[in-house]
Design a protein around this ligand. Structure first.
Ligand code: MN
Length: 312
């Protein structure tokens, strides 16, 4: 039997040596507190991806042709700390090979490992956390690697910007930088939250998306749903702006907690992932044959952005 590829793409686009993009599944659900099942997230995500159209209308692109390598899943689960270390190590392997590294969870604690890896490899990293929950606890349930602590370390070591937040403990406010938080109840009445959030970002950006940031009406299959969340097009609009204006160095998508009776959430996660890749690589359509290193450097460049805008 042939090896499974992301979204069932032809093997020529799924090779480890030539793919510009790497997807690392992390089916971990060791510390979740309410609904269990996010360990099944990567499988449901991959299955939905296999049933998705691979041409993106909006960007007029087929981003999979840049190559998407489905890496071996990180399955270490002997302790939250060991899982975080394993994610950190796996992410670093591919970042150091200049791949565009993405991860799919699994619960949000996996992001402690991914953020640590990106922060070690990229200068002045901004972490954009799109999430219903603040996740700023220093420790929870006896561990610093609990899902409730997902961005505590990032709050201390990176430029953390929190978006969509609508649930937290009062004590988390002592850690929170209120200048860098966009609460859901404020966003709904603020026409400029996207621009204001982007103004706070440095050049290098890592995005961590907890799917519970979305409104439960469109994303019910998540561990801890919260009313009053983001909708589809506003989220895409925000992401598109970040990809256009910043050097997004990688991202993760977490907390898909699949429910066999409700598959549209799996599909939302699959489509969100592919949309983000489409935004990242949309300008590469004409030079698919070129070396990734060249593109990689160009995306860090200062002049190309304005040249592109002249054509629009
Ligand atoms: Mn979270």
């Amino acid at each position: 039997m042939n090896k499974r590829t992301y979204a069932g793409i032809p093997e020529q686009y799924a090779k480890s040596e030539t793919s510009k993009i790497v997807l690392i599944p992390v089916p971990y659900d060791g510390t979740s507190t309410w609904q269990k099942g996010s360990d099944k997230g990567p499988e449901a995500f991959l299955e939905a991806s296999e049933n998705m159209e691979l041409y993106d209308i909006e960007t007029n692109s087929e981003v999979y042709k840049n190559g998407i390598y489905l890496a071996e899943a990180v399955t270490e689960n002997s302790s939250p700390e060991k899982m975080v270390e394993a994610v950190h190590a796996a992410a670093k392997v591919y970042i150091n090979k200049n791949r565009f590294v993405t991860l799919v969870g699994g619960e949000h604690s996996i992001s402690i490992g991914s953020i640590r890896a990106f922060n070690e490899c990229f200068d002045n990293l901004t972490v954009v956390q799109i999430d219903a929950h603040a996740d700023l606890r220093k420790e929870y349930d006896g561990s610093k690697c609990n899902h409730a602590c997902a961005v505590y370390e990032a709050s201390q070591t990176t430029n953390l910007i929190q978006v969509g937040i609508r649930s937290m403990d009062k004590a988390e406010k002592t850690v929170m930088d209120l200048e860098r938080v966009f609460f859901a109840h404020d966003m709904v009445n603020d026409d400029f939250w996207m621009e204001n959030a982007i103004d706070l970002m440095t050049t290098n950006v890592f995005i961590t998306i907890d799917l519970d940031a979305f409104d439960p009406s469109i994303m019910p299959s998540t561990g801890t749903p919260e009313p009053g969340g983001l909708l589809w097009y506003e989220t895409l609009d925000f992401l598109k702006k970040i990809f256009a204006e910043k050097n997004v160095v990688g991202f993760d998508i977490v907390e898909l907690c699949p429910n066999k009776l409700e598959r549209s959430s799996d599909f939302l996660a699959a489509k969100l992932y592919y949309k983000m890749l489409s935004y990242k690589f949309k300008d590469n359509e004409d030079d698919l044959g070129r070396d990734f290193d060249e593109n990689f450097e160009e995306s860090n460049g200062k002049t190309s952005k304005f040249e592109d805008e002249d054509y629009e």
